[in-house]
Design a binder for this molecule. Structure first.
Ligand code: FMN
Length: 345
């Protein structure tokens, strides 16, 4: 199946588990990415391979494509690793955007964007494109200087990348605090006459309206969203925010239906994100964090969500009626997760 690139759930380390990909797909994602996987571990660590094959064994939705992302700088290794999972996905992406220290130390991700490394990247992409049964794509950041990005994208296209996702920030602007993505760079890629493959825009989507605004401005063929989707997995389908407890319970239900594909820690983190996104200012929020961390299984989490949180919310509503408006349970977008210091690794 050729992926529909309209609305994509971004690759996110420890957060792109099957239940999360499934809930994003249920609410409008047309393609979902796995987190970046290590080729070396797929080849040499049987447990790692099995856990990721388990995670990929079900389709998220019949019409929704799954893209596996690989990182690395060794073409042979990447091809060998890709062959171990290509039967379970619709495309394989090469990570050329990771800005983390591990990527710097091991020389992969965004640290391959320098022109001196382009031949290495071109070789990897063309080996992938020639070896895999499924299409190959690339996810990049801006080259430095950014004027080089179009040329680099053209080279990726010539090497066999079927589409390109641009997160239009440089490797040095790792955190959003250091500046938003420069969507004019996505627009430039789309305006390049020689670049004919689809371009996906990644960055700066915080609310539903940003989807249309981003597409209108950049002219991109699709959008990829990461952090905002962690807080609101329904973003692609709906202007309204989901109730954070309801969406947490829905996610938990999927985890129960597909046991063993998301770890307890991953599940706890997702639920914290769903609640963080709207409720960080609630008086009960700190209690929730402590209680969530103390949960030892899904039953504990469900009890917390079904019994304790509603009780805390009720108490807050009651005291709001008696006291200040600020106490009302509601939405705190200004406190939302957009600046969470989440380490991508
Ligand atoms: C927790 C987390 C983990 C991430 N892991 C990856 C990853 O494995 N591969 C990758 O290409 N990008 C990764 N990213 C970057 C996102 O895919 C995306 O490019 C970035 O967050 C910008 O999009 P956004 O503004 O919509 O969040 C990660 C981001 C976050 C927040």
């Amino acid at each position: 199946m050729s992926p529909d690139l309209s609305f994509i759930a971004a690759p996110m380390v420890n957060q792109s588990d099957f239940p999360f990909r499934r809930i994003a797909a249920r609410y409008g994602a047309t393609t979902v990415y796995t987190q970046m996987l290590s080729p070396e571990r797929l080849i040499h660590d049987q447990e790692y391979l099995e856990s990721h094959r388990r995670d990929l064994q079900y389709r998220v939705e019949e019409s929704v494509s799954t893209v596996v992302q690989l990182c690395g700088n060794n073409a042979e290794e990447i091809v060998e690793a890709g062959r171990k999972i290509q039967d379970l996905c619709d495309a394989i992406d090469l990570n050329l955007g990771c800005p983390q220290e591990v990527a710097r130390d091991e020389h992969f991700g965004a640290y391959l964007l320098g022109q001196k490394d382009w031949p290495i990247v071109e070789n990897i992409v063309s080996c992938m494109a020639q070896s895999f049964m499924v299409p190959v794509s690339t996810k990049i950041r801006l080259c430095q200087p950014s004027t080089k990005t179009v040329e680099f994208a053209e080279r990726l296209q010539a090497s066999g990348s079927s589409w390109i996702t641009l997160h239009a920030r440089t490797v040095s602007s790792r955190r959003r605090r250091q500046g938003a993505a420069d969507l004019s760079e996505v627009k430039k890629l789309k305006e390049s006459e020689r670049l004919t493959i689809p371009v996906v825009s990644n960055g700066n989507v915080r609310v539903f309206d940003d989807l249309a605004k981003n597409l209108d401005y950049t002219g991109a063929d699709g959008l990829m969203v990461g952090e905002t989707l962690l807080g609101n997995p329904c973003l692609f389908s709906n202007d309204a925010l989901p109730d954070p407890v309801d969406i947490s319970l829905e996610y938990l239900d999927i985890c129960r239906l597909y046991p063993g594909v998301a770890t307890l820690k991953t599940i706890q983190t997702h639920i914290r994100h769903f609640i963080d996104f709207q409720c960080t200012r609630r008086p009960w929020f700190k209690k929730l964090r402590v209680a969530l961390n103390a949960c030892t299984d899904l039953d504990d989490i469900e009890h917390l969500l079904r019994v304790k949180v509603p009780r805390w919310r009720d108490m807050t509503m009651k005291s709001a009626k008696e006291g200040s408006e600020d106490e009302r349970d509601g939405i705190d977008m200004e406190d939302s997760g957009v600046l969470w210091p989440l380490p991508p690794n």
